[in-house]
Design a protein around this ligand. Structure first.
Ligand code: CU
Length: 97
């Protein structure tokens, strides 16, 4: 009985655990931006939230992640202008190192 269960788990497990085929996004292009900034003055959740809020309004930005422990801000999107991101950080009251 136990052997049968094991056989079933082995037979069904890998197939059901297999993730759906990953499709490559069609919009992925050479203009895709993946930028990282260091903003040393971020010292709490309000700081990271303010920085993320301003940067998210920059044209082309899809994702902003400000990490408090590393002081890094990762910006992803398409055709994101570096100067515009730096200006957004400034508008939030911070400075990119
Ligand atoms: Cu703060």
């Amino acid at each position: 009985m136990l052997v049968l269960v094991l056989v079933l788990v082995l037979a069904l497990g890998p197939a059901s655990a297999r993730p759906a085929a990953r499709s490559t996004p069609r919009g992925y292009s050479r203009r895709m931006s993946n930028l990282t900034y260091t903003v040393p003055a971020m010292h709490c959740g309000n700081c990271t939230a303010a920085v993320e809020r301003e940067i998210s309004q920059v044209p082309g930005v899809d994702l902003v992640e400000a990490d408090l422990s590393t002081k890094h801000v990762v910006v992803r999107g398409e055709g994101v202008d570096d100067a515009a991101v730096r200006e957004a950080i400034r508008e939030a009251g911070y400075e990119a190192a």
